[in-house]
Design a protein around this ligand. Structure first.
Ligand code: GFB
Length: 326
């Protein structure tokens, strides 16, 4: 039986709308014909403030909420500032969930992360691996915050009958990412570093770790499409993995980024830097069973992201981010 067509007049509030994922979800919703999309950013309401969050959602009274608001960062940022990664993310999701429930929001999509799974989970990682083993140490604070979000969504389903769901994306990249040399995730960090090396004529580029870990990458426009698809086709307490079903070694990724940027110098490895989780390829069979498939290959996505970066590099802030308008 075909699911009912989405109500394009529903008010959809997207938290984290200035970030990589939130901005892509807003773009996708509008592209699919949703006419009342409310993208919010930290300058609209401080989600770390419970009273302000309650008041804001009571004023908007959305029909649907997408929680793409989080403090995120790569392996070095997570390892250096676990308190903020734990504290800020717990506050944001706790306040947003309480405010959404109080405002009568029956449909909510919470975005977690593949790092919620154990460091040595079976590969590809099924959703059932959650809480079956120890976490990767460098980002266990962030992972615990996101696991708390999953349990909170399941609790609002059980206690209040809310049709809330959780999506667990693999490593995300694309336009609007943070391109900081040390705080970013690996793919944008390498785009920034290889682009800078080409611009300055540097003879070599240092890449972290041994190059042997494997990572799966999904373009943010594919992730956004999957999120809108899941809102229409998924309603289960279990988290659902969102990935592309294949991964690549960091060494091959580095060479792919260098080629895409047009850098021809040497790549050298700084093995004093951590490798992190050896591999975290997601089992995406649950997602595929809903009928969704990714459309953007890593080579295509890398080319378009490098183009975006080169067009915006001069205007990025010192943190490697787009300036927040307004
Ligand atoms: O994206 P990333 O920083 O985090 O990737 P994770 C880290 C991997 O890339 C490690 C290698 O194996 C690093 O050694 N790497 C090589 C680099 N060069 C660089 C570089 O210049 N910058 C960075 N960042 N890495 C993240 C979690 O784990 O996964 C987040 O920390 C989130 O919380 C995200 O869950 C999905 O993929 O290891």
């Amino acid at each position: 039986m075909r699911p009912p067509a989405p109500d394009l007049s529903a008010t959809v509030l997207v938290a984290g709308a200035s970030g990589l994922v939130g901005s892509a979800v807003v773009r996708r919703l509008r592209a699919e014909g949703f006419t009342s999309v409310v993208g919010i950013r930290s300058t609209d309401v401080d989600l770390a403030d419970p009273g302000a969050t309650l008041a804001y959602l009571a004023s908007v009274r959305p029909d649907v909420v997408v929680d793409a608001a989080a403090r995120v960062g790569g392996i070095a940022a997570n390892a250096a500032r676990p308190v903020e990664f734990l504290d800020d993310n717990l506050r944001i999701q706790t306040n947003l969930f309480a405010a959404a429930h109080a405002a009568g929001v029956d449909r909510l999509l919470f975005l977690g992360s593949s790092c919620i799974y154990p460091k040595h989970a079976p590969q590809p990682i099924p959703e059932s691996a959650l809480l079956t083993g120890p976490l990767e140490e460098t980002n266990n604070a962030y992972a615990i915050a996101k696991i708390a979000g999953v349990i909170a969504v399941q609790s609002y389903r059980r206690q209040y009958g809310r049709r809330w769901i959780c999506a667990m994306p693999t490593n995300v990249y694309g336009p609007g990412d943070t391109f900081h040399p040390t705080r970013s995730h690996v793919l944008p960090a390498l785009i920034q570093r290889f682009h800078e090396a080409r611009r300055t004529g540097a003879e070599e580029v240092v890449v972290w770790g041994t190059g042997t870990p494997r990572r799966e990458f999904i373009h943010v426009d594919d992730l956004a499409a999957a999120c809108v698809h899941l809102l229409a086709h998924y309603d289960d307490p279990s988290p659902v993995n969102v990935g592309v079903g294949e991964d690549i070694t960091i060494a091959d990724l580095a060479r792919l980024v260098a080629d895409t940027v047009g850098y021809t110098g040497r790549i050298v490895w700084d093995t004093s830097r951590p490798d992190g989780t050896p591999r975290k390829l997601l089992d995406v069979s649950r997602l595929r069973a809903t009928g969704w498939r990714p459309e953007i290959t890593l080579a295509q996505g890398l080319r378009s992201t490098v183009r975006w970066y080169m067009e915006h590099a001069a205007s990025l802030t010192g943190q490697g981010r787009r300036p927040v308008p307004g």
